[in-house]
Design a protein around this ligand. Structure first.
Ligand code: PGA
Length: 249
């Protein structure tokens, strides 16, 4: 049985002071999550990671991105050893904003996924089609390419540690969440691909839906058989809204 996960992606929001304020209220989120038997976590901006670690919040803490290189002349990048030094063991990879604004492609994501796994970390690998691709019926083709290339070369044991997030680009930050039917269909398709690639290990891999998940729509996603949780942007920023997400899930 795959345990459900609600993972917040704060994107470029919250100063350290704002992060500390969230952390002060985080115990009530952890208590509720335990009660409801869901895992919860947040991916803040790099500068807020240490704030959350120091506040000893009982949340999974992840980065939003990471370099595939361990060190060297890569201006502006943050490495896996730097995250591990803080005790941060999760990272998003290939969020659509990284793909579209910073030109990250599947092969680049694959390097990051492999580097994270080699370090014993948990990659949350994001996939999803654009509006134009959705409208021209290319969703499966695009997602298959992203999965096959992004997770290429992993052993079954490594794959078992990966979390996949399906986030249709047209639903991110737009308020136009994908219908549960669409989300379930694509997550089921992803599950079949994972079975094809990694056989039995695919059973333990969590697949999240992301894109305008809110307290008032999360419940329906959680009822879908192939959706193991949610990657949430806007609605994860306030403690009250995060609390409602857990409560309603
Ligand atoms: P949203 O963002 O919930 O604000 O749509 C989701 C994401 O980008 O992960």
């Amino acid at each position: 049985m795959r345990k459900k996960l609600i993972l917040g992606n704060w994107k470029m929001n919250k100063t350290r002071v704002e992060t500390a304020a969230f952390a002060a209220d985080a115990p009530k989120l952890s208590r509720l999550a335990k009660e409801k038997n869901v895992d919860i976590g947040v991916c803040p901006a790099y500068l807020s990671l240490e704030t959350l670690v120091n506040k000893k919040v009982d949340l999974i803490i992840g980065a939003q991105n990471v370099s595939e290189f361990a060190s060297g002349a890569y201006t502006g990048e943050v490495s896996i050893p730097m995250l591990l030094d803080l005790g941060v063991t999760w990272s998003l990879v290939g969020h659509s904003e990284r793909r579209s604004y910073y030109n990250e492609n599947d092969d680049h994501c694959n390097e990051k996924v492999k580097a994270l796994l080699k370090a014993g970390m948990t990659p949350v690998y994001c996939v999803g089609e654009t509006l134009a691709q959705f409208e021209s019926g290319k969703t499966r083709f695009i997602v298959e390419e992203q999965i096959r290339r992004g997770l290429a070369g992993l052993t079954k044991e490594e794959a078992a540690k990966v979390i996949v997030a399906y986030e249709p680009v047209w639903s991110i930050g737009t308020g136009k969440n994908a219908s549960v039917e669409i989300a379930q269909n694509v997550c089921h398709f992803i599950r079949e691909l994972l079975v094809d690639l990694f056989e039995d290990e695919a059973d333990t891999m969590r697949i999240l839906y992301g894109g305008s998940v809110k307290p008032d729509n999360i419940k329906a996603y959680f009822a879908a058989p192939d959706i193991d949780g949610a990657l949430v942007g806007g609605a994860s920023l306030s403690v009250d809204s995060f609390y409602a997400l857990i409560n309603n899930a």
